[in-house]
Ligand binder design. Sequence first.
Ligand SMILES: *[C@@H]1O[C@H](CO)[C@@H](O)[C@H](O)[C@H]1NC(C)=O
Ligand SMILES: *[C@@H]1O[C@H](CO)[C@@H](O)[C@H](O)[C@H]1NC(C)=O
Ligand SMILES: *[C@@H]1O[C@H](CO)[C@@H](O)[C@H](O)[C@H]1NC(C)=O
Ligand SMILES: *[C@@H]1O[C@H](CO)[C@@H](O)[C@H](O)[C@H]1NC(C)=O
Length: 411
Amino acid sequence: MILGALLLVSSATAVPLAHSFSNTLSQAGLFGVNGNRKRLTFDPHGNFKVVSFSDMHFGEGEDVTWGPEQDVNTSIAHAHILDKEKPNYVVFNGDLITGENVYADNATKYLDQVFAPTVARKIPFSSTHGNHDNTLAINHQEEIEYEQAHYSALSYTRSDVGPKPYGSGNYWVPVYASKNDPVPAVVMWFFDSRSFVSGNPAGPGPVPPEADVYWVDEKTVPQYIKQQRALMLRTWKKVLPALVFVHIPVNLPSLEPTVEQETQHRLSQVQKADVLAPLPSAGDHDDEPDPATQGFLNNTYTGRDLPFWNALVDMDGGHGTVLAVTSGHDHGESWCARATASSGIPICFNGHSGYGGYVTAHSAVRNGRVFGLNLRDLAREVPVVRTWNSYENGTVNEEVVLGPDYMPEFN
Ligand SMILES: *[C@@H]1O[C@H](CO)[C@@H](O)[C@H](O)[C@H]1NC(C)=O
Ligand SMILES: *[C@@H]1O[C@H](CO)[C@@H](O)[C@H](O)[C@H]1NC(C)=O
Ligand SMILES: *[C@@H]1O[C@H](CO)[C@@H](O)[C@H](O)[C@H]1NC(C)=O
Ligand SMILES: *[C@@H]1O[C@H](CO)[C@@H](O)[C@H](O)[C@H]1NC(C)=O
């Protein structure tokens, strides 16, 4: 298949290179290279900035005055942050709406509100989806299809693999140094951590069994990552630096420390590298000691998030090419950390960018997490990326440089 594709490239020199090259690659099975979409490129100074918003929770109170009011506040917060940071790309990292509280008839109109500040500024974007985006009124597949149908000029969201309709938002998007560069400088990966909120206060509610899973699909996604990575390597002859976004964080399995680990942590600093959450890292730590993570079923950790996590560890290959795995879901967590427990891969949290959803002590001022990618940083032997939190009140803080020198004492 690859051989045929390469032959096609050499026999198609009469047509514009970029066009034939990307079409040929998508025929070869490389999903992220799509001839129909505009190429994302770094700016002339070699920078590409990503703002990641999560937990917007639009539509939380459709029939009460505070509902529409808090949605307006969320849009204002996003507008402030976008005008301050002027990003090249926006990631909506799940829980776009509080789907269990909206009427099915107008569920998708909240997506228009989610994207409006970004669309008004003509910024390309894409989405992952959260537990509150899978409900009786709407599901992940419907959100993806609506986004594709109505925002095709700016949205890069796809659905490459995964169970439909609740867990199919798994895809990747390449960013090139310049318009004609044949090899991307960085790849952004997006994954679907599924699960479902029935919103029925009387009991567990009619949760579809195929949605009652709190992890990235272990049957299709690890194989997809492996296949795409192998195709990238064969096509581009290198492992590309990667940013990863998924709504619910992986467990690792020790992101949520056990009682024993917590005790050990207090007693012995030596044990610290086994548990990421309590590590001394910049950002908010309001949801500890138990940030809700993937892999739980009936309040018991099952380890079923590990096939996905292990595929990411394989993708990194110990080379530090996975720059960060960023999640929302836990509104009071906005830190980054890395340790042996994460195989050295930095784990980051989004914080809280919406006025909907629960609020913790520090998440009352809404924020986005920013990644400042730079071509020189990416071309280092081990690539690095700067990341910080940008708040709606104009404060920018908690900046760290993720890479081999970041938290080496815990790795
Ligand atoms: C919206 O923001 C205003 C101004 O900060 C605040 O007074 C108000 O309480 C907020 N409303 C909601 C519903 O969050
Ligand atoms: C949402 O849908 C319901 C039911 O169809 C309708 O009564 C209501 O007016 C809609 N709300 C808005 C804000 O459009
Ligand atoms: C979860 O717990 C409930 C109640 O104890 C039980 O009925 C159900 O079978 C359990 N589900 C799984 C997948 O173990
Ligand atoms: C803005 O909010 C952040 C986060 O809560 C806080 O640290 C900072 O002091 C605030 N800045 C101003 C100017 O109020």
